[in-house]
Design a protein around this ligand. Structure first.
Ligand code: NAP
Length: 244
């Protein structure tokens, strides 16, 4: 069988980088997209992969990226994140806009652009990294939870719209994963970010990547619709057991 191609968005760090490594290990040719090309090129060089600059919030960048992808069997919609933790009464519209542009419209643009190639491959797979924030709400989280709910709804809709087409759809729903996610959320405040993971053992990016690779390597007729993974000590977005 010829080598299959996997496109991973947000592959310059965290879950996306680990996913590129895991899918390359599983035998895929990996195409890595993100804004920081220097970081992408270092990762791609380790994996004999392809690094292409990509800003999922920019339609022109998405079009350029997709034009350079000859074929695609797996798309991992991973680029995204959170900004801020304000209550609705203090909501920052710029933060909301960033979260919607990246998580929701980014996933829409990439999926829309690559679906024809995924279907033409005869065995396509869209894997979208949402969050437990896509399935619950918590105080201060409205901008992120609203965006992740929308991203999850978009992804789930595709399952119905493409029933009968040769394309699988898997939603990956992580809880706490220790990456740059929280430092980015808190505008580079690493002390505040460390507090998110205090007193428990969070998931690593590799933990999530291994689950994504498992989903991507099932036989073609097996669709893992959604997979929730959390640290053992985490119950939901607001409740976790933390040692002092
Ligand atoms: P991260 O370490 O901050 O990585 C985010 C990645 O997204 C980076 O590679 C970044 O690359 C990329 N990105 C951001 N904006 C982009 C844009 N406009 N265009 C292209 N790429 C962009 O965070 P992470 O934890 O790995 O997050 C990955 C995904 O998992 C996100 O969708 C996040 O919501 C989700 N998630 C994370 C957690 C968690 O606890 N960490 C939990 C549940 C779900 P560049 O800056 O180079 O563009």
């Amino acid at each position: 069988m010829s080598e299959r191609t996997a496109v991973i968005t947000g592959a310059s760090a965290g879950i996306g980088e680990a996913t590129a490594r895991a899918l390359a290990e599983a035998g895929f040719h990996v195409v890595l997209g993100a804004r920081r090309l220097d970081r992408l090129e270092k990762v791609a060089a380790d994996l004999a992969g392809t690094a292409l600059q990509l800003d999922v919030t920019d339609p022109g960048s998405v079009a350029d990226f997709v034009q350079r992808v000859q074929e695609c069997h797996v798309l991992v919609n991973n680029a995204g994140g959170a900004r801020g933790l304000e209550r609705v009464v203090d909501a920052d519209e710029d933060n909301w806009r960033w979260m919607w542009e990246t998580n929701v419209l980014g996933t829409l643009r990439m999926t829309k652009a690559l679906l024809p190639k995924l279907i033409a491959s005869g065995d396509g797979h869209v894997i979208t990294v949402t969050s437990i924030a896509g399935h619950e709400v918590y105080p201060g989280g409205s901008g992120y939870t609203a965006a992740k709910h929308a991203q999850a709804a978009l992804h789930e809709t595709l399952r119905a719209e493409h029933l009968g087409d040769p394309v699988r759809l898997t939603e990956i729903i992580p809880g706490l994963v220790e990456t740059d996610f929280s430092a980015n959320r808190f505008d580079g405040d690493t002390d505040r970010a460390a507090g998110v993971y205090r007193g428990l053992t969070p998931l690593t990016a590799q933990d999530v990547a291994e689950v994504i690779a498992f989903a991507a390597t099932r036989p073609s007729h097996v669709n893992l619709d959604s997979i929730v993974l959390k640290p053992r000590a985490q119950l939901d977005g607001t409740r976790a057991h933390r040692s002092e």
